[in-house]
Design a protein around this ligand. Structure first.
Ligand SMILES: Cc1cc2nc3c(=O)[nH]c(=O)nc-3n(C[C@H](O)[C@H](O)[C@H](O)COP(=O)(O)OP(=O)(O)OC[C@H]3O[C@@H](n4cnc5c(N)ncnc54)[C@H](O)[C@@H]3O)c2cc1C
Length: 455
């Protein structure tokens, strides 16, 4: 039963077997259900199985295996490469599985495989606890964690994956396995690095840390024409910053959002966004140089609930726009790298595009990188795609000579095996051994793929 042989009877039996829903072309909600965050990805699966339980996930894997269907796994649907969907195959969509339970005594959160960050933050912050999470609240927890996980708490508390204590996953043969230090430490190691290559994670268990619930956070904004001097100041500032402070520099035109004062809307700026997750008085001292530097257009750093800070960028990153991303690591922010970044910003072709520099270091270790750069071309008119994609590629090529090896897997587009190998550079052979063990047929291939060698 491959796609051509997907009979109505087989689909009806599968639909009856699962607690969730099965959506197919022609159904009223098919067009809605096939959409992912990146509007550039326009694929038509043969079926979308919205799984509501672990049993549903097992049934979906079995259905795809017996039917020899191509499988895409979807959590929050935020993969820019579009890995959460496919043409003609089966999308195993975990979006109904969004439960989160926080255990404050054990400092542990149990998170279902389709959950998004907003749910985790709300459930844990009630207890004044948190784990490093994505900076947009609708991003999927599983996809982000399995690729590393960079966010506001990472320099103090590590990447999201560093806080993964255990996981349950359904493998290609339909088995439910447990990965943890006690049950299968090697598989846990693989899940912390290898994306969705080994199976479908139905539950993630995270170690939690005391955070907030009020934190010192926000941004300072400078006019974009001051980018060179701001970045030179920033590199020294970032080097000396305590681990409690994580910063992200963003170069873009400010969006036309009602929450921004009218004079700022559409203005080209360089923003230094920050979150201090320790004692507030220490944080005030840590952000003081930022406030004192130059004459910021706006000093928007203040006390606010961590959950609010975690939604700060939601409105600027809505689903449905066309997106093309490139990414690099930088070991340092030398003058030449700064010049290339500033020049790329000057050449930006879309008012929606941006460059973002994420400050690593402290407990956030991704190779020897000090920064992760994301070049995000964003636009709405498909007729303009070529120009915006060229801008992202040219910007990346100009910055690449100043970058360090590897790239952050969660910001990659469709790159091909050569690039994937360099991304998983550390421990690649060990990841291949796990892939050979758990997915020798490459059943889970729509991801930054670790190709098995014993198929
Ligand atoms: C607006 C936006 C903001 C972002 N912010 C951040 C950020 O702050 N930090 C950061 O590190 N990254 C960030 N990212 C990147 C993000 O981590 C990746 O896009 C990630 O893949 C998103 O996961 P998802 O579940 O939403 O994606 P999906 O498209 O649903 O899934 C992508 C892939 O992840 C895997 N996957 C998802 N769920 C499961 C599961 N339950 N079991 C096994 N595999 C699974 C599969 O391989 C799947 O193909 C952001 C992306 C966007 C679009």
């Amino acid at each position: 039963m491959s796609v051509e042989r997907l009979t109505d009877t087989a689909i009806a039996q599968f639909t009856k077997r699962i607690q969730g829903t099965v959506i197919r072309p022609g159904d009223a909600d098919f067009d809605q259900a096939r959409r992912v965050w990146n509007g550039m990805i326009d694929r038509r699966p043969a079926l979308i199985a919205r799984c509501a339980s672990v049993d549903d996930v097992e049934a979906a894997v079995e259905f795809a295996r017996v039917g020899e269907l191509l499988v895409a796994v979807r959590g929050g649907g935020h993969s820019v490469a579009g890995h959460g969907t496919c043409d003609d195959g089966l999308v195993i969509d975990l979006s109904p599985m969004r439960g989160v339970q926080a255990d404050p005594e054990a400092r542990l959160a149990r998170v279902e495989g389709g959950a998004i960050w907003g749910s985790v933050d709300r459930a844990t912050q009630i207890h004044g606890l948190a784990v490093t999470g994505g900076i947009v609240s609708e991003t999927g927890v599983a996809g982000l964690t399995l690729g590393g996980g960079i966010g506001w708490l990472m320099r103090k508390h590590g990447l999201t994956a560093d806080n993964l204590r255990g996981a349950s996953l359904v493998t290609a043969d339909g088995q439910l396995l447990q990965a943890s230090a006690e049950e299968d430490a090697e598989l846990l190691w693989g899940l912390q690095r290898g994306g969705g290559n080994f199976g479908i994670v139905t539950e993630l268990r995270f170690r939690l840390h005391p955070v907030g619930p009020i934190v010192l956070a926000g941004w300072v904004l400078y006019p974009q024409e001051k980018s060179t001097e701001v970045l030179r100041f920033y590199r020294d500032y970032a080097r000396a910053a305590p681990d409690e402070l994580t910063t992200i520099v963003i170069l873009r035109r400010l969006p036309h959002l009602a929450k921004l004062p009218p004079f700022l809307r559409g203005m080209p700026v360089i923003a230094i966004a920050a979150c201090y997750c320790g004692v507030i008085e220490d944080g005030e001292r840590a952000v003081q140089p930022l406030r004192a530097y130059g004459a910021p257009l706006v000093d928007g750093i203040g006390l606010k609930p961590y959950v609010d800070h975690q939604t700060m960028f939601d409105a600027a990153q809505p689903p449905g726009r066309h997106n093309y991303w490139k990414t690099s690591y930088l070991r340092e922010l030398g003058d030449a790298a700064i010049d290339a970044i500033v020049e790329s910003t000057r050449r930006m072709t879309s008012p929606l595009s941006l460059l973002a520099l994420y400050q690593l270091g402290g407990a956030a270790r991704l190779g020897d990188a000090a920064f992760c750069l994301n070049i995000a071309a964003t636009w709405t008119d498909p007729a303009e795609s070529d120009g915006h994609i060229s801008w992202a590629r040219e910007s990346w090529a100009a910055i690449e000579p100043h970058s360090s090896a590897g790239a952050y897997v969660n910001f990659l587009g469709e790159e091909g095996e050569g690039q994937t190998r360099s991304v998983y550079r550390q421990g690649y052979e060990r990841l291949v051994a796990l892939k050979n063990k758990y997915d020798p047929d490459n059943f889970f291939r729509l991801n930054q793929n670790i190709t098995p060698t014993i198929a």
